[in-house]
Design a protein. Structure first.
Length: 317
């Protein structure tokens, strides 16, 4: 019995050591990587951004708001913090970490749409948070929002369980086997794909979908807008273009727009609605019904930038 107990303890200790080494290597490798959203998170935590203009949103932000065009037209320093599959709770976390490590921007362009207030459970692409948990403010915020579990905090050597791709990337980077470089420019990714009619056909086969609003995220959005107001940050709500036929599959499309218009009125901010812009009627601007391709993103960002210039968004009040 004593031998069995000693064997069990030794095996458990060895297991902890092995997993701790895996975690250490993965952490260090991912911290050096540009895979996915890692470069943007690293830029935030190193305080390297300090932009005049920040773009927030999900994938409809990071592939549709061209930072080069924003910079050129507005003579500014912009940065796109859009993240794939991220509703507002994740975006709000990123905003708070940005403010924690960088100077406040003058302007935030907040992309709004049907998914912004629809909470993801579990959080999408959890791997992107894990290598930066050494920041106590970040770790506490992750735990508070249930983006990580208590076991990730108290048993950190197990935090990459179920994240094989993250471990692969981390090891490749740590040992110099492969560097995962980003193709983004200051957070913006230009997607050069062309329109695929099959994708939209499959979307239509699903029938109408209703816009959903999570009350917790709604409260967060009010908190975010109040915080920006207290910091004298101008927030511009923007509904980016989507393919015009897509809006017909949203059962409460007009209600959705009214929802954001009420925020604009309450906080005395701009709401720019491009959801059915002229760009929305030409499939050459899209790679699917909800995302602009490179051609469409350039045209949209140029149009938006000129509008922001016209309303003198960077002019001191």
């Amino acid at each position: 019995m004593k031998k069995f107990l000693l064997y069990s303890i030794s095996f458990a200790a060895l297991t902890v050591v092995v997993f701790s080494v895996i975690t250490y290597v993965t952490d260090r490798g991912l911290q050096q990587s540009e895979f996915g959203n890692l470069k943007e998170w690293r830029d935030i935590f190193e305080g390297n951004i300090n932009a005049d203009i920040i773009v927030q949103g999900s994938s409809r932000a990071w592939v549709q708001y061209d930072t080069q065009i924003l910079d050129s037209v507005l003579n500014a320093n912009s940065y796109n913090m859009g993240m794939d599959g991220s509703p507002f709770d994740v975006q709000y976390l990123k905003y708070k970490m940005y403010i924690h490590q960088n100077k406040a921007p003058k302007v935030i362009i907040q992309n709004v749409d049907w998914d912004l207030m629809d909470k993801n459970v579990p959080v999408f692409q959890k791997y992107q948070f894990l290598p930066f948990m050494s920041d106590p403010v970040f770790e506490a915020a992750l735990l508070k929002n249930n983006f990580i579990s208590k076991s990730d905090v108290y048993l950190p050597f197990l935090k990459y369980t179920g994240e094989p791709k993250a471990i692969q990337v981390g090891f490749s980077e740590f040992f110099g086997l492969q560097h995962f470089a980003t193709d983004k420019h200051k957070g913006f990714h230009a997607n050069e794909a062309e329109w695929n009619p099959h994708d939209f056909y499959m979307r239509k086969q699903m029938g109408e979908i209703g816009w959903k609003m999570n009350s917790e995220l709604d409260m967060m959005f009010h908190e975010f807008l109040s915080d920006c107001k207290s910091r004298n940050i101008k927030v511009i709500l923007v509904f980016a273009p989507c393919y015009h036929e897509f809006t017909k599959t949203l059962s409460n499309y007009n209600e959705l727009k009214l929802y954001y218009a009420r925020f604009a009125k309450q906080y005395n901010i701009q709401f720019l609605d491009y959801s059915l812009d002229n760009l929305s009627y030409n499939t050459r601007n899209f790679y699917n019904a909800t995302h602009l391709n490179k051609n469409g993103a350039e045209a949209f960002t140029l149009k938006l930038s000129n509008q922001l210039k016209k309303i003198q968004v960077l002019k001191n009040e």
